[in-house]
Design a protein. Structure first.
Length: 410
């Protein structure tokens, strides 16, 4: 076992060796520009891009590979989907519905649109992180042009009722964008069955390279129109200009192909590892709280709060394991995660939340090591905590009190 152990696979993943192997020729001998129509170098690159489009389309069950647009990652895909729809449909309406626990790429795109006169409804979530489809229905107005709800949350792993949301969107003739960056390749995603019109994804969350992603854009029933954010040579059917990142795209395609072949097995294995981690921690420690949904959650995600420890000290003490505190995206600030706050997690518990992201290359041995280290570190910090000592003394006192009371009754 190599130390440090990487267990932050929801922040990013290592490139799968099979993905790297597929990419390598496109840096060297197959270096052509996919937009070069006049020679074999261009045709070769274009063929590779087309194959990747096909691999992605198959994984998400798109009717046609032409519906896949390449981008520089899911942040760009989210921006293009939300801002692109807002601009293209501004004659129809200016109202967008999203959710408070979405990724910053979605929330900040919505915030930018609010400054330009759009109305945005931010749906709240229940204590498990789920949106209420009834509330979604009520939020719709005749000015609603877009619903943007993610497939699975990057911090707490909660999986949203995507198919029901898609059904509501279809009923009302509203476009449905789904940030499926954490869902694709980890849980079954089917744009037809789920009624998804726009779907964001990213290669580096599924064992592909960083800086490349895709946006699925439905072309039939309905044909979704998008206003581009990047103007230029008219690549990607005019929706995203710029010379294509051929090696990156080949890597994304290969990552999708592997994910599709291995999804059922991998999801089962990661769920097992996640449960082993959870049960191990719960067996060794008291005052531990699981954040997110007990069952509707990503296979490799575990988010736990430890009462009576200081979050920063805990992370510092666990340097042999690469983990995220609360959220990868807010870990630069001392603010607790907005996602945990939206669930109603107590402030002190939000501060001590740790996100484990178990992935393809983690082993049983690494999970057992993580359990052991977490147990040692939490125990050590609690021994230094006067509050924990008091709470334990109080608990013992109450238990003894109850025993005495029982004596009196009997
Ligand atoms: C990582 C992530 C993004 C951003 O993807 P990048 O490719 O890193 O820009 C967006 N949404 C979700 C849910 C994510 O997990």
């Amino acid at each position: 076992m190599k130390i440090p152990v990487y267990m932050d696979n929801l922040a990013t993943t290592p490139v799968d060796p099979r993905v790297l192997e597929a990419m390598l020729p496109y840096f060297s001998e197959k270096f052509g520009n996919a937009a070069s129509r006049n020679h074999a170098f261009g045709w070769e690159a274009e063929a590779a891009v087309d194959e990747a489009r096909e691999q992605i389309a198959q994984l998400i069950h798109a009717a046609s590979a032409r519906e896949v647009i390449f981008t520089g990652g899911a942040t760009e895909s989210d921006n293009l989907a939300i801002k692109g729809v807002a601009e293209a449909y501004k004659e129809k309406g200016n109202h967008i519905i999203t959710c408070v626990t979405e990724h910053r790429a979605v929330l900040d795109s919505c915030k930018a649109l609010e400054r330009k006169g759009c109305q945005v409804t931010y749906l709240r979530v229940n204590p498990f992180g789920l949106v209420d489809v009834g509330q979604l229905r009520q939020a719709l107005t005749d000015k609603t042009i877009l619903i943007s709800i993610m497939a699975a949350n990057n911090e707490i792993g909660t999986i949203q009722p995507v198919q029901e949301i898609g059904r509501v969107a279809k009923e009302k003739g509203v476009i449905f964008h789904c940030d499926a960056t954490q869902g694709v390749g980890k849980i079954p995603m089917d744009v037809e069955e789920m009624g998804i019109d726009l779907l964001s994804m990213s290669a580096h969350k599924i064992y592909g390279p960083k800086g490349v992603g895709a946006l699925y854009v439905r072309s039939k029933r309905p044909k979704v129109r998008l206003h581009p954010i990047i103007d230029g040579g008219g690549h990607e059917r005019g929706m995203r200009s710029g010379t294509l990142n051929v090696p990156g795209i080949v890597g994304l395609g290969k990552a999708c192909q592997i994910a599709q072949q291995e999804l059922p097995e991998e999801a089962a294995r990661l769920t097992e590892l996640r449960e082993r981690l959870k049960d191990g921690i719960l067996r060794q420690l008291d005052e531990v709280y699981i954040n997110g949904h007990p069952t509707e959650r990503l296979p490799g995600n575990l988010n736990v709060s430890f009462a009576y420890v200081e979050g920063e000290s805990l992370m510092m003490g666990l340097k042999e394991i690469a983990l995220s505190s609360g959220s990868a995206c807010t870990s630069t600030s001392l603010e607790p995660s907005y996602v945990l706050r939206a669930l109603g997690v107590r402030e002190d518990l939000a501060h001590t939340a740790i996100r484990f992201g178990v992935g393809r290359f983690n082993t049983d041995e690494e999970v057992d090591y993580a359990i052991q280290r977490v147990k040692e570190e939490v125990t050590r910090l609690r021994q230094l905590s006067p509050l924990y000592g008091l709470a334990k003394a109080d608990l013992r006192g109450r238990q003894q009190g109850e025993l005495k009371a029982q004596d009196r009754v009997s």
